[in-house]
Design a protein around this ligand. Sequence first.
Ligand code: SAM
Length: 337
Amino acid sequence: MSETPHLSGPFRIGDRVQLTGPKGRLHTVTLREGGELHTHNGVLPHAGIVGQPDGSVVVNSAGHEYLALRPLLRDFVMSMPRGAAIVYPKDAAQILAQADVFPGAVVVEAGVGSGALALWLLRAIGPAGRLVSFERREEFAEVARANVETFLGEQPATWDLRVGDLVEALPEAVTPGSVDRVVLDMLAPWECIDVVADALTPGGVVLCYVATATQLSRVAEYLRGTGLFTEPEASETMVRGWHVEGLAVRPDHRMVAHTGFLITARRLAPGAVPPDVRKRALKKPSYADEDVEIWTPGAVGDREITDKNLRKRIREAQRAAEGVRQAAGQGDAEPTP
Ligand SMILES: C[S@@+](CC[C@H](N)C(=O)[O-])C[C@H]1O[C@@H](n2cnc3c(N)ncnc32)[C@H](O)[C@@H]1O
C-alpha cells in the first residue's frame, strides 16, 4: 500500500528529509528501504534516519554529521523545479489572509505555473475544500503536477488541474455563482474578470497578484468599471530579515525588495450598487494593444524560460515525483497521522 509523506513525528519511509551536512551543504532525500545518500564525504544509509525524531543529527560512514529536518512548505517551494516564476512564501501568506481562503472553500486559481501557490491553497482549503487550477501551457501544468505530487506524495482528491485558458475553460468547469475565492497570477488578469465575476458567489473574493504598477492600475480600473465588485484594495508585502546575534541586532543587509502587488475585491450581490459607487460615473478604462505589449514578461524584466530549460525542469520535477512514488510503494501500511 502506498503512503503519503508525514508532516510530523519520527521519520518514516516515504518522508522527505532535508540534510544539512559539512560546510552547510544541503541535500534533500526521500526515505526508501535500502536507500543511501552518497557524497564525497561518505555514505549515509536512509535506515540511519528512519525512526529518528525530526531535528536529529545523524552520522555517515565517515563520521560526518548531518542535521535532518523535514522541509517546510516554504523550503520546498523555494527549491522545487520551476517552469514559471513562483509566488514567494511572503506573498502566499498574504494571499491566504487577504483572499480569506478557508477550510472547505471552493477556490479557483490561474495560472498554476510551477504549482507553488497551489500547494499553499491546497493546504488552506483542507480535505473538505476544492481547488480548480487552470494553466494554459501544458508543459507548466506538468511541472506543477509533479511538484504537487512530490510534496504531498499523491495528487490530492481536492485538486482539479485543468489545461486551458481561464477565459474559455472557467465557464465549463464551474457552476455560475458557486466559487468562494479566485486567485489570479498572470500577466493580464483583467482579461479574466468577466468570467470570474460570473463564477464567484456573492461576497466571494477575487485576488490578483501582479508584478508591475501598470498592471495594478489596469486591473483596478477594470474591476471598478464592471460595477460588480466592491472598491478594490491594493497592497505590497515587504519582509525584511533581521540578524540577531549578541549585541549585533540589525536588519539584514539584503532583502527581496519587490515581488508583486496584491489587489482584492469582493463580488457584489446581483443588482447591488454600493452607495459610493453610485456617485461615480462607471466607465471602462481605455487601453490600446500597444499598452499591453509593454507588460510582456520580457518588457517587465521577467526572463522567459527557454524550451530546453523548461524540458529540463519537467524532467527534474518528474524525477522527484517518481522518487516519492517509488518510496511510497515500499512504505509500510501505517495510516498518515
Ligand atoms: C507567474 S506564473 C504563475 C505561478 C504560480 N502562481 C506559482 O506560484 O507557481 C503565471 C502563469 O499563468 C499562466 N497564464 C497566463 N494567462 C493565463 C490564462 N488566461 N489562463 C490560464 N493560465 C494563464 C502562464 O502560462 C503562467 O504559467
